[in-house]
Design a protein. Structure first.
Length: 351
């Protein structure tokens, strides 16, 4: 990987002689790349039927057919606390020239900048991330690709850092020499209600803004293991997501979407994943290592591994990015005021 090597200043959290119960894998890009790109494109509606906005899905189909289209993508839906249904398409690139060419393609620029978007019955958003390799970590199973690892253009390797508290930070190269702290020592503050209907807003995220995609796939589970997951693990998982979503100021979690993976038409697939935005990696760690809601998730997961061992059929994966301030683009068009990170940080109304 074309990733910077840092002299370790901050010690590893990995316990001496620790051997993980399950070997996990991380992504490896071709050596010529030092970053990748992840974009989330969303449409928002007052009901399930309305979320199939014809203009948005025509744009998605055409955008995915372009020569510089993303190397992998996936779809998801969820209903937020305001009762609004959102469909999100996640797209990945590793080649900067392809990403720039696609982003600047006339068809894409024209659709997103069209004033008609402000007057339609749907809300739209795009959250486009530039992820330096030294500011990310990923965790997959070798036999179940998720997220970026689904792309044929990348490889995976067995990581020595997995299965213990602190492994997430240990896997981030820059964390060896940098605590990756937020400059916003006052926290995210209270949510701001902005006049968003019929408007276009750009949100500027602070330095070291943290993002996590975390998924569970139960499609390979037999009846017993599927029931065990639904009964013993999914419930605490959903409670943990509820806690983060409803306690933004206390946790630094600016947005938490717990989403059902689906196809372009909304047909459900046997996977659910969370997309969370945190003020910093430390805020994510504080919840993960110290809050009862995550302890319940972790305990249920460990109990499952102990129960099924190598026969465990559930597959999980996650990706964590700690982003620099530059290179990020969060734009919300005609959305509800609570959408994504609209209520937080420096904002500029564009239309």
């Amino acid at each position: 990987m074309a990733v910077s090597v840092f002299e370790r200043v901050h010690p590893l959290r990995k316990p001496k002689d620790f051997v993980p119960a399950v070997q996990r894998w991380s992504v490896a890009l071709p050596n010529r790349y030092d970053r990748f790109y992840v974009s989330f494109f969303g449409v928002q509606s007052e009901n399930d039927d309305g979320v199939t906005a014809p203009s948005f899905f025509r744009w998605v189909a055409e955008a995915l057919a372009l020569s510089d289209a993303p190397i992998v993508h996936d779809h998801a839906r969820f209903v937020d606390d305001q009762g609004l249904t959102t469909h999100i398409v996640a797209m990945y690139w590793i080649d900067p020239e392809q990403y720039e060419a696609w982003s600047n393609a006339p068809a894409n620029v024209t659709w997103w900048n069209d004033p008609a978007r402000l007057n339609e019955p749907w809300g739209y958003f795009r959250e486009c991330l530039t992820v330096p390799l030294d500011r990310q970590e990923t965790l997959y199973w070798q036999d179940y690709p998720g997220g970026l690892s689904r792309a044929a253009e990348v490889g995976i390797y067995p990581t020595p850092y997995c299965g213990y508290y602190g492994a997430m930070r240990d896997r981030i190269p820059m964390a060896a020499a940098d605590l990756l702290e937020t400059p916003k020592t006052e926290g995210i503050g209270e949510a701001v209600v902005r006049a968003t209907k019929g408007a276009r807003w750009r949100i500027h995220t602070p330095h070291n803004f943290a993002v996590i995609r975390s998924a569970a796939y139960w499609g390979a589970c037999d009846d017993e293991q599927h029931e065990d997951f639904m009964t013993n693990l999914r419930s605490p998982l959903e409670k943990g997501m509820d806690y983060l979503r409803n306690n933004a100021t206390a946790t630094g979690c600016c947005s938490l979407r717990y989403q059902q993976t689906c196809d372009a038409a909304g047909n459900v697939e046997p996977e659910a994943h969370a997309l969370g935005y945190f003020l910093s990696l430390s805020h994510l760690e504080t919840w993960a290592e110290g809050h009862p809601s995550h302890h319940a998730i972790f305990s249920a997961a460990i109990a499952r591994y102990k129960k099924y061992g190598k026969l465990n059929q559930l597959r999980t994966w996650h990706e964590v990015f700690v982003l620099p301030a530059e290179g990020q683009h969060f734009e919300y068009i005609n959305c509800a005021p609570e959408t994504g990170i609209l209520p937080y940080f420096e904002a500029k109304r564009l239309a």
